[in-house]
Design a protein around this ligand. Structure first.
Ligand SMILES: C[S@@+](CC[C@H](N)C(=O)[O-])C[C@H]1O[C@@H](n2cnc3c(N)ncnc32)[C@H](O)[C@@H]1O
Length: 258
């Protein structure tokens, strides 16, 4: 009798997909364009990042991938720790960072972990290593962050509510989240991913009211979930509709831990 192949968890499906895509990730112009638009939105919604005040920010990035956003943010902030569940993405991140001149990589680190606890030893270790590298090891423990960002990752997370609670706990008092992902604006949002990439997708974009409720429920103040930018991209032919270009709105999800 044939033995059934073991069923992969959605996390394993995602990790396999992103491990396979990591080496070519940055060569996709739409990946680069969406991150550029994300950065522009962050500079508008978190204005400290646009001036010297950002230099005081310790940033945590969830789903940092190859570091497309991390490397743009790093020169604007004090430190940035990226986390990602796909080892291949972290390897690509580390290769890029290793090639930077020493002063440019002093405040950047990434770890391959699923963060479920603010005191996660990998995150704490990365933050401590950055502090030591910068001669700041006397800083308070455990490490907490001023800003948490995440781009195009929430739609892969099986349960958003526990993650948002963990993010709340990862923040310093006064710290903020600024999370971006494409919006679920109805069935038309489904073609954002071609059929071949839909298996590890937990939701076809994020819903404004649902995320707002989750962020409020986690204890955040100053909660806002707004359309921040639009990404135009080609989608494949499906359900009798031809290959075409579509506009996908992106939401920015904001909240502050008071
Ligand atoms: C669509 S990619 C975006 C990567 C990067 N933010 C960018 O825009 O180039 C989503 C990333 O989130 C990671 N990911 C998925 N679920 C995650 C989780 N729960 N925690 C951390 N990373 C996760 C994936 O491994 C992948 O690298």
């Amino acid at each position: 009798m044939a033995t059934a192949a073991p069923t992969l968890s959605s996390q394993e499906v995602n990790n396999a997909r992103f491990n396979a895509e990591a080496a070519e990730w940055d060569n996709n112009k739409k990946h680069v364009e969406s991150v550029q638009k994300c950065l522009e939105a962050l500079l508008r919604y978190v204005p400290e990042l646009a001036d010297e005040r950002g230099k005081n920010f310790d940033v945590l990035e969830i789903g940092c991938g190859t570091g497309l956003l991390s490397l743009l943010l790093a020169p604007r902030v004090h430190s940035l720790v990226g986390v990602d569940t796909a080892e291949g993405m972290i390897d690509a991140f580390n290769k890029k960072v290793a090639a930077l001149p020493s002063p440019d990589k002093a405040n950047l680190a990434a770890v391959n972990v699923l963060v479920q606890d603010a005191d996660d030893i990998h995150v704490q270790g990365a933050a401590a290593a950055l502090a030591t590298r910068r001669g700041e090891s006397g800083k308070d423990h455990p490490y907490r962050f001023d800003l948490i960002v995440s781009h195009l990752t929430l739609h892969h997370v099986p349960e958003m509510a526990p993650l948002i609670v963990t993010l709340f706990q990862c923040l310093k008092p006064g710290g903020r989240i600024a999370l971006t992902d494409y919006e679920d604006f109805g069935p038309e949002a489904v073609p954002f991913h071609p059929k071949s990439k839909r298996e590890g997708v937990q939701r076809h974009g994020i819903k404004k009211e649902e995320v707002e409720t989750i962020i409020l429920g986690a204890g955040f103040n100053e909660v806002r979930v707004e359309r921040a930018f639009v990404l135009r991209k080609e989608v494949e032919a499906e359900n009798g509709k031809p290959e075409r270009e579509m506009d996908f709105p992106f939401l920015i999800c904001l909240g502050r831990r008071s």
